[in-house]
Design a protein around this ligand. Structure first.
Ligand code: ADP
Ligand code: G6P
Length: 478
C-alpha cells in the first residue's frame, strides 16, 4: 500500500479471520469470500488496521474473548461484536435478506418483512462508525467495504468532517429500476455519499449508481464527480483482482502437483469439470447441475467420459433461502446421479465444505473445464484464481456474462447462465475444444491476470482517494 506514513483503517463487516467456538475452545479460521481473499493479501504489508466482526455472537464470544482479542490485536485487527439479535436482523435479515438478493436482481428472494431489520442495520452501522472513531487518528485513511456498511461513510462524515473516506462495493450495483424498489433507497445513497470516493468493480455499476443519484436524489454527476453537502464525491470503476504471483507460486508447490495428479488418477479416462463457490443462490449452482443433466440428455455418448466436481462451502447457513438451497442442491445432485450413474461412474461429485489451500489449487490445476456461472456476481475471483494457477496454459473457463469478471475475461466461453441449453452447449464445446484454441485463450487470460492484480487495484483506489481528499481539503481552505 502507498504512503507508509499514513495508516489505513479497513472497515468490513467480516474480518479476514472468523472465530469459531466449539466446546468452549476458540479456533480462528480464514474467512471465505472474495472480499477477504482480496484484501488479506494486501493487508499487513504496512500500516493498516482492520475493523470488523469476528463472526460469532457476543454471548458465545465472551467465553473466549480474552484469547480472541489477544490473537486479533497481534494481527492488527479490532473486533466489533454483534449480539445474537443483531446477527439475526442486521446480518441475516437486512444485509443478506434484502440488500444481497436485491443487488443481485433476485427479487423473489428479497424478504418482505424487512421493516424491523432496517433499524438493526442502522444501529449496527452506527456501532461500526463508533469503532472507527475510537481508533481514528488525523491523517488516517478509512476504507469502508461492502453492502453491509452503506451508512457508515455518512455517519463517519458527521463525526470526522475532515477524514479521508473511501467506500468500495464488492457486489453489483443494480439498475435504478431495481434499486428504487428499496424503501430506504434515499438513506442508502445518502450514507454512501459521506465518502470522498465510491468505487465499483465495473463502469456499468458506477453508471447505474450515478443514474440512481439523479433519479432518486436529483443529483447530477459531472462524468465521475458529484457535488454533495459542499464536498466533491468521486465515483469510479476499480475492478478487483487477486494476488496473481501468490497463486502462481502456491499452485506450483509439489503438494499441489500431487493433489492434482491424485484427482486425475481417481477419474481415469474422464475429463474433469470443476465448480468452486460459496453455497449461495447467486452462484447459479442449481442451473449448473441441471445443465449437466441436459448435457447428458443431448450427448449420451459423454456418459462415463467426464466428472463434474462441485465444491460448495457452507455460507450464511442461518438464512432461510440458504437452507432451502442446500436442500435443493442435495436433491438435485441425488436425482442426476441416480438417473445417470452406472456401477463404476457417476456424473457429479458434490463436496459440501470448504477446501484447504492445496485441495483448492489442486482442483484448479486438475480441471479441464472450470465452470463459473453465477446468475449475477460483482466480480468473481474464482475465475481469476483458476487462470493464475494454469502454468500449463491449458484448461477452459466457462464464464457467466453476468459476472463482473466477464468484462475483462472475454477469451472465456461466455454464457447466459439462465439458458440451460446454452450452458450445456458451452460445456460440450469446452470439453471438445482442441488444444491450440485452449492455449490461445488461456495465454491471453493469464496475461490479463498478470497485468492487473489486487496490488494495482489497491494502488489505483488509493491514488484516486488521495486526489479527491486533497481537492476537498483545498476547496475548504478557499
Ligand atoms: P464471493 O466473494 O461471492 O464468495 P468470489 O468468487 O469473488 O465470490 O470469491 C470466493 C473466494 O472464496 C475465492 O477466493 C475462493 O477461492 C474462495 N472459495 C469459494 N468456495 C470455496 C470452497 N468451496 N473452498 C475453499 N475456498 C472457496
Ligand atoms: C461476499 C461479500 C463479502 C462477504 C463474503 C462472505 O464476498 O461481498 O462482503 O464477506 O461474501 O460472506 P459472509 O456473509 O460470510 O461474510
Amino acid at each position: 500500500m502507498g504512503d507508509v506514513t499514513s495508516r489505513y483503517l479497513i472497515v468490513s463487516n467480516r474480518l479476514p479471520i472468523t472465530a469459531v467456538v466449539e466446546n468452549g475452545n476458540l479456533e480462528l479460521k480464514a474467512s471465505t469470500g472474495g472480499l477477504a481473499t482480496a484484501l488479506k493479501q494486501v493487508f499487513g504489508e504496512d500500516n493498516a488496521t482492520w475493523i470488523g466482526w469476528p463472526g460469532e455472537t457476543g454471548a458465545l464470544m465472551r467465553k473466549a474473548r480474552e484469547q480472541l482479542e489477544d490473537g486479533l490485536e497481534k494481527a492488527g485487527m479490532v473486533p466489533v461484536y454483534l449480539a445474537a439479535k443483531q446477527v439475526e436482523r442486521f446480518y441475516e435479515g437486512f444485509s443478506n435478506g434484502v440488500l444481497w438478493p436485491l443487488f443481485h436482481y433476485l427479487l423473489d428472494t428479497v424478504r418482505s418483512d424487512a421493516g424491523r431489520d432496517w433499524e438493526a442495520y442502522r444501529e449496527v452501522n452506527e456501532k461500526f462508525a463508533e469503532a472507527v472513531v475510537a481508533v481514528y487518528k488525523p491523517g488516517d485513511r478509512i476504507w469502508v467495504q461492502d453492502y453491509q456498511l452503506c451508512l457508515v461513510p455518512g455517519m463517519l462524515r458527521k463525526r470526522l468532517p475532515q477524514a479521508s473516506i473511501g467506500f468500495f462495493l464488492h457486489i453489483p450495483f443494480p439498475a435504478s429500476g431495481v434499486f428504487r424498489i428499496l424503501p430506504w433507497r434515499r438513506e442508502i445513497l445518502q450514507g454512501l455519499l459521506g465518502a470522498d470516493l465510491i468505487g465499483f468493480h465495473t463502469f456499468s455499476y458506477a453508471r447505474q449508481f450515478s443514474s440512481c443519484l439523479l433519479r432518486i436524489l436529483g443529483l447530477e454527476s459531472n462524468v465521475d464527480t458529484v457535488t454533495h453537502d459542499g464536498r466533491l464525491v468521486r465515483i469510479g470503476a476499480f475492478p478487483i483482482s487477486i494476488d496473481t504471483e501468490h497463486f502462481e507460486t502456491a499452485s506450483a508447490h509439489p503438494e499441489v502437483t500431487a493433489k492434482a495428479e491424485e484427482i486425475r488418477h481417481h477419474h481415469p479416462g474422464c475429463k474433469i469439470l470443476v465448480g468452486v463457490d460459496r453455497l449461495d443462490y447467486t452462484k447459479g449452482l442449481k442451473r449448473r447441475v441441471l445443465a449437466i443433466e441436459h448435457l447428458l440428455e443431448k450427448h449420451p455418448e459423454l456418459a462415463g467420459k467426464f466428472k463434474f466436481i462441485q465444491a460448495a462451502v457452507p455460507s450464511r447457513a442461518g438464512v432461510e433461502a440458504y437452507k432451502q438451497l442446500r436442500k435443493q442442491i442435495d436433491e438435485l445432485v441425488g436425482r442426476v446421479n441416480g438417473r445417470f450413474s452406472t456401477i463404476s461412474w457417476s456424473p457429479v461429485q458434490y463436496l459440501y465444505r470448504g477446501l484447504d489451500g492445496h485441495e483448492l489449487l489442486g482442483l484448479y490445476r486438475a480441471a479441464d473445464v472450470m465452470l463459473v456461472t453465477p446468475l449475477r456476481d460483482g466480480m468473481n475471483l474464482v475465475a481469476k484464481e483458476f487462470v493464475a494457477c494454469r502454468h500449463d496454459d491449458d484448461g477452459v473457463l466457462v464464464l457467466s456474462e453476468f459476472a463482473g469478471a466477464a468484462w475483462e475475461m472475454g477469451e472465456a466461453i461466455i454464457v447466459n447462465p439462465y439458458n440451460e441449453d446454452e450452458l450445456a452447449d458451452a460445456m460440450h464445446r469446452a470439453l471438445t475444444m482442441d488444444e491450440p484454441e485452449r492455449r490461445f485463450r488461456m495465454q491471453r487470460l493469464r496475461k490479463r491476470v498478470r497485468d492487473w492484480t489486487v496490488h494495482e487495484w489497491v494502488r489505483q483506489f488509493d491514488q484516486a482517494l488521495t486526489l479527491v481528499t486533497t481537492e476537498n481539503a483545498a476547496w475548504h481552505r478557499t
